[in-house]
Design a protein around this ligand. Structure first.
Ligand code: AMP
Ligand code: ZN
Length: 468
């Protein structure tokens, strides 16, 4: 499989550190509000990448953090007059609900920054001992970027050029040695959460948490580190500087970054206020549609969000589900069990769409082309199934479609909720059957409703029902 590696700016063959295993870290959200659909993009694309790796037989150790200590969380806690923990706890729970709705598999581990403070202090101490970090008078600990020779290698920036362009930010009286030195530990401010450390009470900077959690759960060198492209600089550049200076080893072999989800060609972000939360989208659409919309583009391309594109994704998804329903319907009505010779040949032909799908995913997780292969399979199904087909043939085509959609994280089998009107009309039919002493039919209807999770109760006033 080929992956575009931000580090080398090339597509490279993926070779894992350990055969058959993938160690992957994806930077997660800062939890101070409901997530927006821009935040959902890395979740969806890297979950799909993970599913494909698992389909190929890799055991994927997938770690994704929640940043639960941060200025924005503290600000929100102060506004509401509650603890920071209450804010982060609330939005982690909400984020998990959204993830479930988008069918994102839970990570192997979802570490929380606040639970990993000891590890962060230990790594900062190592950096200080090795001369890569220093404590300023006020208790802030900074990373000494000038000492890390390959600083800038991920973002392809040159520190000298950067400094030349930013002389103006070298404010006199600044506690840093260099404007590009970044914070590893900041001293406590009144009313903020704080932990004891060799530099006094305080809290960690943002970058150190990912270096530490990645090391703890995946080891000093990992296979893949991923996130949105806004994280390349400074966040990921700083993670490399911290981890590689501390361990003396390569931090991550491959770096994957998703493009932005835009709105009117501008990055969707909380600060610009041009966002839709996943929750808002869920009011109008099944979140599968959002997932399908995201996967219809290549993960590295910018993607512009629009109502038209969401409608197109909805229609596309419906086309797939309709083909799946057709297969199920024909299969239950079919009287032939086993595949006929001609069907064997057709089924073998349909393997070309699976091959196309795989070839697309092998090429840097090209979900846009993988989705096209699914549509081609759907077209093939629509052309080559009829009431004459055997159950085995129909089932095999169904399984092929289901398998490919499963890698994309899309369910094709709709757990259809019965409408109230449908339930009421079945109840009426049951009452009539009873009046006509057709108890077998009446029982059959009760059973049918039960299977769909509808419980009936016969009362003196009539029949009442509820959903289980
Ligand atoms: P944040 O909570 O801002 O740190 O973002 C969490 C993740 O969402 C990071 O991987 C970001 O790069 C990503 N992200 C935020 N906004 C967007 C966007 N508009 N498009 C794509 N990814 C984004
Ligand atoms: Zn991170």
């Amino acid at each position: 499989m080929k992956i575009f590696n931000t580090l080398t700016r090339q597509k490279e063959e993926f070779i894992p550190i350990e055969e058959g295993k993938v160690r992957m870290y994806v930077c997660g959200p800062t939890v101070y509000n409901l997530i927006h659909i821009g935040n959902a993009r890395p979740m969806i694309v890297f979950d799909t990448f993970r599913r494909y790796m698992e389909y190929k037989g890799y055991k994927v150790n997938y770690v994704s953090n929640f940043t639960d200590v941060d200025d924005k969380i503290i600000k929100k806690a102060i506004e509401e007059g509650v603890d920071a923990e209450e804010i982060s706890g609330r939005y982690i729970a909400e984020c998990k609900k959204d993830m479930e709705g988008m069918n994102i598999m839970p990570a192997t581990v979802h570490p929380l920054a606040t639970q990993e403070i000891d590890g962060m202090i230990a790594m900062i101490q190592t950096l200080v001992e090795k001369g890569y970090a220093y404590a300023a008078k006020d208790g802030t600990v900074y990373y000494r970027t000038g000492k890390f020779a390959s600083y800038g290698k991920l973002s392809h920036k040159n520190l000298d050029d950067l400094q030349a362009g930013h002389r103006d930010i070298q404010v006199t009286g600044e506690l840093k040695e260099d404007p590009f030195d970044f914070v590893l530990w900041k001293p406590k401010k009144e009313g903020e959460p704080a932990w004891d450390s060799p530099w006094g009470q305080g809290r960690p900077g943002w970058h150190i948490e990912c270096s530490v959690m990645s090391k703890k759960y995946l080891g000093e060198t990992i296979d893949i580190h991923a996130g949105g492209e806004d994280l390349i600089f400074p966040h990921h550049e700083n993670e490399i500087a911290q981890s590689e200076a501390a361990s003396g080893k390569e931090f991550s072999r491959y770096w994957m970054h998703n493009g932005f989800l835009n709105i009117n060609n501008q990055k969707m972000s909380k600060s610009l206020g041009n966002f839709f939360t996943v929750r808002e989208i869920a009011e109008k659409y099944d979140l599968q549609v959002l997932r399908f919309f995201m996967l219809s583009a290549h993960y590295r391309s910018p993607l512009n969000f629009s109502a038209d594109l969401m409608e197109a994704a909805k229609n596309g998804l419906e086309r797939i589900c309709t083909a799946a329903e057709q297969l199920e319907r024909l299969k239950s009505a079919s009287t032939k069990e086993e595949m006929q010779e001609q069907e064997e040949a057709l089924y073998a032909q349909s393997a070309q769409f699976q091959d196309k799908f795989e070839a697309a995913m092998e090429d840097d997780c090209n979900t846009a082309d993988a989705v096209s292969a699914v549509f081609e399979l759907v077209k093939f199904i629509n052309m080559h199934v009829s009431a004459e087909c055997s159950k085995e043939y129909l089932q095999k085509l169904y399984d092929r479609l289901d398998n490919l959609c499963g890698i994309l994280g899309i369910h094709i089998h709709k757990e259809e909720q019965m409408l109230d009107a449908e339930i009421e009309s079945l109840i009426e039919e049951r009452q009539n059957a009873r009046k006509n002493k057709d108890f077998a039919r009446a029982d059959q209807i009760r059973e049918e409703l039960l299977q769909k999770g509808i419980l009936l109760k016969d009362t003196r006033e009539g029949v009442t029902w509820k959903r289980a």
